[in-house]
Structure formats: C-alpha cells, structure tokens
Design a protein around this ligand. Sequence first.
Ligand SMILES: Cc1cc2nc3c(=O)[nH]c(=O)nc-3n(C[C@H](O)[C@H](O)[C@H](O)COP(=O)(O)OP(=O)(O)OC[C@H]3O[C@@H](n4cnc5c(N)ncnc54)[C@H](O)[C@@H]3O)c2cc1C
Length: 508
Amino acid sequence: MVSKLKLMFFFFHLISIVVLALDLSKLHGNISNNPSDIKAASLDFGNMRYVEALAVMYPNSAHDIVELIKKSYQSEKAFPVSPKGSGHSLYGQAQVADGVVIDMTGTKVSLQERKQPAQGSKGSYVDVWGGDLWVNVLNWTVTYGLAPKSWTNYLYVTVGGTLSNAGVGGQSYIHGPQISNVYELDVVTGKGELKTCSKDENSELFYSVLGGLGQFGIITRARIALEPAPECVVLIHLMYLDFSIFTKDIEYLISLHEKPANERFDSIHSSVLIDQGGVRYVLEVVKYFSKLTEDTVRQEIIETLLKKLDFIPSSTTSSISLTYFDFLDQLRQMELDLRRKGLLDVPHPWITLLVPKSKIGEFDKGIFKGILGSNSNGWIVMKPLLENKWDVRTSVVLPDEDIFYAILMLRSAIDTGEGTKAKLDFIINQNREIIKFCKENELGVKGYMAHHETQEEWIEHYGDKWDLIYKRKIEFDPKHILGTGQHIFQYSSVFREGISSVNCEVEG
Ligand SMILES: Cc1cc2nc3c(=O)[nH]c(=O)nc-3n(C[C@H](O)[C@H](O)[C@H](O)COP(=O)(O)OP(=O)(O)OC[C@H]3O[C@@H](n4cnc5c(N)ncnc54)[C@H](O)[C@@H]3O)c2cc1C
C-alpha cells in the first residue's frame, strides 16, 4: 500500500514537473533546459552538492524575473526559484530542486544597463546590475577615478551574492561590510513585484534583503557608494607568535577607525598559519597612496603606526607596493594556479564563524592550537570587525559584542594521499568538532554564510531575530518561492504555523 502511494506521488510529481516545464517555455525570458545549462546551475563552488534544477533563466532584464516569479506566485502550485550569482556558495545555497535557477551573471544586462557613476547628496555612487561581478564594477568605476569602499578578498563574485550575505574584508573596520555601503536597491519580491527600496523608501524590504540570504527578494540593481580610487597601496606583513599580543595590536589598530586617513591603516587583515612548527599569526596592514605621496605615506607608517606595535621585528617582511587593482585582486593568481594544477574542482567544506572579542583567546586555544592540531591544511583568515559599522536592521545576525572577528577556515579536500573522500570526511568531522566546541564553551559564535539543514538550527542561529525574519518571509515571499536551497523555512512547518492565512499553496 505504502509503495503504491509512493508510486502515485512520484507519478503526480512527474506530471506537475512536465506541465511546469511546458508552461515555462511560454515565458519571454531566456529559459533553458539544456542539460549542460542545468548541470552548471545545479552545482556550486563547494562541489559537495548537486541539486538538479528544472530549468535555468538567463534574464535580459528585471522584468523577465518579475514575469517568472509572478508566474510561480499566481499558480495554484507555486514552484521554487533561486537567484544564482557566480555560484561561489559552498553548500548548495543557490540551488533549487525541481524549480528554476536564475543565472544573474548575464552580461547582456550588465553591459546594457551599466551607468556612469554619479554624485548624490551622500556622495558618489554607481548603479549596477545585481549579477555584476565586483571585478567588473571596479574596472568600470576606476575609469572615472572612483571605486567602491568595501571589498571581499575575492572579486569574481556578484554584487547580489555578497549583499545577500554581508561582504566583509580588510576595509570593513572603517567602512563597514558591503551591505553598509549601499544607498538603494531594486528588488523583485517573492510576489513578483519590482520595488525600489532604500533607508527612506520601502525601508523594511531594503533591510530585509541586505544579509537576507536570498529569502525576501532578488536584487536586480544596487546603488553602491564610491570613493576616489586609490592609485597604489603599500602592504606589510608582520609576524607574531603570541596570540594575545597579536590581537592586542589588531584591536589597537581598529580603535583608530575614526582617525584621519594619515593616522590609521586603510585595510587590516590577518592569517593564522598552522604547521608542524606550531601556530603563527600574520598581520597584513595596508596603506593607500598616490605616486606623489608615497614617501610621506611610508614615513607615516614607520614613524607612527608601526612603532606602536609589538610584532617580532626580525620577521617583518619587507613592504610591497602594488597597484590598487592588483592588491584587491591578489587571490585571482592563486585561483588560476590551482585551476591549472587541477586542484580547484575539489570539495570545499569551508566554514566562516563570527567570534566575539572576549572569547577569541579561548577560540585560539581550543581550535587553532587544539582541534586543528599541527596541520590546518588550508588558509585561515581573521578579519577584525566593529559592530557599530553594521546596521542592526538588516537580516544579518552578529555576536553580541562591539568587536568581533570573522574567522574564515578555507580548507579544501585536496587529496594528499588519503583519497578525496577521506580528506573531505576528515575536514567535515573537524568542522563539527569546532562548532561543538564553540557551543559547549558558550563562545557566543555566529555563523557567517551559515549552512544549516533544519529549521530548528536556523531558529537557533537567528536567536532573538527569528520572529523578525519569519515576519519578513511572510510579508515578502509568502509562498516560499525564493531561496529554498538555504533550508531556512521548511514548507511544512511554515504552513502549519499559520502562513495559510495568506492563502499559501506551496510545493513541498
Ligand atoms: C575565494 C573566495 C573568497 C571569499 N572571500 C570572502 C571575503 O573575503 N568576504 C566575504 O564576505 N565573503 C567572501 N567569500 C564568500 C562570498 O562572498 C559568498 O560566497 C558570496 O555569496 C558569493 O557570491 P556569488 O555571486 O557567488 O553568490 P551565489 O553563491 O551565487 O549566491 C549566494 C546566495 O545569494 C543569493 N543570491 C545570489 N544573487 C542574488 C541576488 N541578485 N539577489 C538576491 N539573492 C541573491 C543566492 O540565492 C544564494 O543564497 C569568498 C568566497 C570565495 C569563493
């Protein structure tokens, strides 16, 4: 009897998929069910999950997206839709089972709609397509002598993709994350409405979408704040063996965040090196300069800023000068090298945690010097962040402290003799141990670009913010069409808890 029911369910499911596929073909936007397009849309950089989409849309405009979402919203059985940027998610967050992936990176749109930077009451800005890569935004704005203020370490990700998380980097301690440097957005909601939003207009939608993990709307245009583009940077690496001295220096440097530019660094970033020799910490400090000011800037660094720090003097690597672009694009070379060696298409079970300052010493002892042992097998990055540079009205959740660190553990399952699967299992198990350690020791850690499988875990992740997130979902995506790959709102429980009051018909 049970297997008969299962068979019937499968049969009806298959029919509804075929009907949907035929229906989608009537839409104007460029929709493909070509197997190679589907395959590309069903996998991400994480390389651990393959979730097959039914079709892929390559929108020519925001209106194509409106039409697709309206189609879903107005059908009796809504189908899921996920925007996908450059697909650098790790755990299938932009994927969708039996639904449509919107490939936001369509260059047609970006080229057609790219506007020149302009001057507004708050400063210079540029309007860009949500699927534009940050590297293209940079290349475009520098031709006008301008550049965005806040960056991630890697530029081949999309504006919509990083704004859905936060976008943190070395400049965030001064300017805040990328979500703090946006003036206005155009968003297609889960009801298929195209809305312009900002702090002053449709503000609830604006704050929902920033850090919203693609749950409340699809960003089709973002107005990004700009500053005069620096010409060059001087980059210095400082070495530490003592973690408390290392973090004391970092915290001193970030306390200068409101100082005039000549009295602080422009970017602060650090790495943790773990090998047989033990644990070492490298602080990377950066100062911008123009060719005319190079000598003065170098003098300022040596005479004022470095003098206050307690790094190991003999280990200071000589300072390097780079163009601003080469500085921001440093990871590209590494990426291309890995690709050439065939080491990029491996599973990437990366995790990123936001750790409050008061617990960072325990984190070092228990994780860097404990769980990770003598070989971290990857790159560990630490970025200091200031809570007051973030807007609490966005959908992001942060640790409950003024200062916290984003710790990116970028460890990939590269086979070093034990086999890829064994390496992957090893890292995943260590990741579990790390999370368990943080919980058991009540470190107050929050996940960044978090990945959870159950709604209970998400409720725990959001803590006091859960009710707001839930309310926002009901308001902007009542049929749970968007972002199902995040597994935040499981259909059955949303339905059970009364979302039916908004006439919900959701596909499971
Ligand atoms: C090498 C590397 C280095 C990185 N360094 C940093 C770093 O320094 N700092 C940092 O903060 N992050 C960093 N990241 C993480 C990166 O910012 C995120 O993975 C980001 O989401 C990638 O953007 P994407 O375009 O690939 O998004 P995708 O992976 O395609 O999508 C991410 C999420 O956003 C949603 N989404 C995509 N586009 C839109 C849109 N237009 N509107 C609404 N939702 C959308 C998707 O549905 C999905 O849920 C790094 C990643 C890599 C691979």
